[in-house]
Design a protein around this ligand. Sequence first.
Ligand code: AMP
Length: 359
Amino acid sequence: MTPLPPGARIGILGGGQLGRMLALAAAPLGYRCHIFGPEEAPPAGHVAEAVTIADYLDDEALGEFAEAVDVVTLEFENVPAAALEILAQRVPVRPGVKALATAQDRLVEKDFANSVGAATAPYAAVDGLDDLQAAMAKIGPRAVLKTRRMGYDGKGQVMLNQDADLDQAWQAMAGTPAILEGFIPFDGEVSVIAARGLDGAVNAYPPIANRHRDHILDISTVPAELSAAQADRAIAIAADLATALDYIGILAVEMFVTGEELLVNEIAPRVHNSGHWSIEGAVTSQFEQHIRAICGLPLGSMAIRGQVEMRNLIGHDVNQLPDLLAQPGAHVHLYGKTEVRKGRKMGHVTYLKTEADTP
Ligand code: AMP
């Protein structure tokens, strides 16, 4: 298990802000990054050695990409699993296709979580109106209907109650396979960001508390206010999932907290928005840790530097830039996106709350 030497090339599928921050973290370790994705002018391309703009299923472009890089990773979980399968025949792909395929489908994901002893909300597969009626009778009346695939930031979701028009709800799924989940009146939402190295070593940050606005992550704070036993349990869940997936790299697990219970909501096979604070707030950032893991280097410490808060700059929040920069303790990160759109993640700002000069 020889680590990739400095100068080696890392291929990243997806060119958004996560790829950008991965490429920025790869540079001090001596690696070069090559971004691959369909988007024109990807934000990660500004800080990478090479960019290929091509469809994820373009065989020829995938072949050339595999030739040009020494390892492939991803920053976007909706890359078709078939693209990873093609690449994996020629170059190591970390994390592998099993993790991606599991996280891409909410039904497979929940079955998997339960199979390793991690609890979830009650759920049932819904492939038609009859299924929805039967599932509502079992799980409802308060429930959430979600598409099985391609959902993020609350997209492809319908909240249901006893007055819900099930016909209309099913139509909102536009004929795609769906899942019905029991509504969880949670006390809070937390995520655990864990890393698993090529040698199987697992490490994690303390659980992170997350607050959403309009279904999009707004503020993350670490450490989350959990009992020591619950924090240990949350980390153990993420570690068990990573190990069972034979995972390499950073894995994020979103959970609902209800009393003493922790319910797994989602597994993200990549670096995660709720871990951006780790750039300044932890000994090793999630981005550096991911690069270390996929390149076969030892994992770094995931100890935190104190109490930390991260706020997303969404849409026109980015106009606060002059004010933010005037705050002595604000660590501002912009993603290089030129077009401001409602709901678009434009950047984030991190505060080390224990720093004397932080507001
Ligand atoms: P998801 O796309 O599954 O991460 O859901 C987006 C957000 O919707 C979550 O972060 C929760 O705030 C909320 N949500 C999703 N599923 C449920 C559920 N079963 N019960 C309560 N809230 C939910």
